[in-house]
Write a protein that binds this ligand. Structure first.
Ligand code: F6R
Length: 364
């Protein structure tokens, strides 16, 4: 049941800390906290290329995974939505590997991508939430997210669980390839392990996020911006908002603003910015300042380090716990999903069963 929650989605949002912790513990050694991966269908030390593919939110998790794996393990990666990959029929590297991501393990397009990749000689690893699913069975190996059943049609806890597995993979691959120092691996592992506690603190800011939802619920369009590994999270925020509140939203790479979307900026189009401190902070902040100078209402998610600079021009600054930039995409997923939830709940839409959508998309 839903317990004391109004919707399954709300209940599932509040399961983020437990699910992230449970999933991380599957892939991190409890004693040493080092990454401990099961046998993989490809050898990360020598694999020449990886193809990541999935649909919807699962694709956005894969997209973050691409940033992580490229950055930490220096493995060339492609990430594409399964419905495109299957018909683009790209040339595949001999000896290449593939990573498919799916909550249900039954999504038709992702299954088609799996077949294409296998026929193309790729060794396929899947990240799935349903152990007995078709995808888990037909992959060369499956890593499980430990999210438990997800009832709300909009993916929430399964998404952060997928990110948790991908983060462990990136660290494990980096170790295999010798692209990470032991001390750095330990530091990043600690950052991952700090997420459940920080996630609980984010959920305690529920009222603040609900107030933000009230600010944007009347908007016709909302723009979500992020850079680097926060760009897919901007797209996740936009996807969730479209899906359950029926407000048109776009997730954009902050640096692409001046190549078109900045023309949309006016006080009627709220800009939700994902701008944690880190190497990309200054660049993102300057894109946001440009939008503010054109009348944009900036609502920024950041941390205590980033807050003072953003407060100079942003209408709202929501301060999340500070965390290493590596782990920030997982933590920032939570407030954007929570924001979409509150907008939908305030609008009174059918949060758990949004119109025209099914939990498991088993047709093309
Ligand atoms: C978005 C959402 C969908 C799914 C997508 C893939 O909130 O839930 O975009 O992520 O349909 O589903 P799975 O992960 O079951 O393959």
């Amino acid at each position: 049941g839903k317990g004391n929650y109004r919707h399954f989605m709300e209940k599932e949002l509040h399961e983020h800390p437990a699910v992230i912790g449970d999933t991380l513990r599957q892939y991190l050694d409890p004693g040493t906290h080092a990454v401990r991966l099961p046998r993989l269908p490809f050898d990360p030390a020598v694999v020449p290329r990886l193809t990541l593919s999935a649909c919807g939110s699962a694709f956005l998790a894969a997209h973050v995974g691409r940033y992580w794996i490229e950055q930490l393990a220096r493995i060339p990666c492609d990430a594409d939505v399964a419905s495109e990959l299957r018909y683009r029929d790209p040339p595949l590297a001999p000896g290449g590997g593939a990573i498919l991501v799916s909550q249900s393990g039954e999504t038709a397009d992702t299954m088609a991508a799996l077949r294409l990749l296998k026929e193309g000689g790729q060794r396929v690893l899947s990240i799935v939430n349903v152990p007995e699913s078709t995808m888990a069975r037909l992959s060369d190996a499956a890593l499980l997210t430990v999210a438990g059943p997800e009832i709300g049609v909009a993916s929430t806890k399964a998404f952060t669980a997928q990110l948790s597995v991908l983060a462990c993979l990136a660290l494990g691959f980096a170790r295999s390839r010798g692209t990470i120092e032991v001390a750095e691996e330990e530091r990043l592992t600690q950052a991952l392990l700090s997420i459940p506690g920080h996630a609980a603190a984010v959920l305690e800011q529920d009222d603040r996020i609900k107030a933000l939802a009230a600010e944007i619920m009347a908007a016709r369009d909302v723009l979500f911006l992020g850079r680097g590994s926060m760009f897919p999270i901007a797209m996740e925020g936009a996807l969730k908002l479209k899906e359950i509140s029926y407000i048109h939203a776009e997730g954009y790479a902050a640096g692409e603003m001046k190549h078109g979307p900045i023309a949309l900026i006016d006080p009627a189009v709220p800009v939700i910015a994902l701008c944690p401190s880190g190497p990309l902070f200054e660049k993102t902040a300057s894109n946001l300042q440009e939008a503010a100078a054109r009348g944009g209402r900036i609502m920024a998610f950041t941390d205590a380090t980033g807050a003072p600079a953003l407060s100079r021009f942003a209408e709202q600054v929501i301060t999340l716990p500070g965390i290493d930039p590596f782990a920030a995409p997982i933590l920032h997923s939570i407030p954007v999903q929570l924001l979409a939830y509150h907008v939908a709940a305030l609008k009174g839409t059918d949060v758990d069963q949004p119109r025209n959508l099914a939990k498991s998309v088993t047709v093309e």
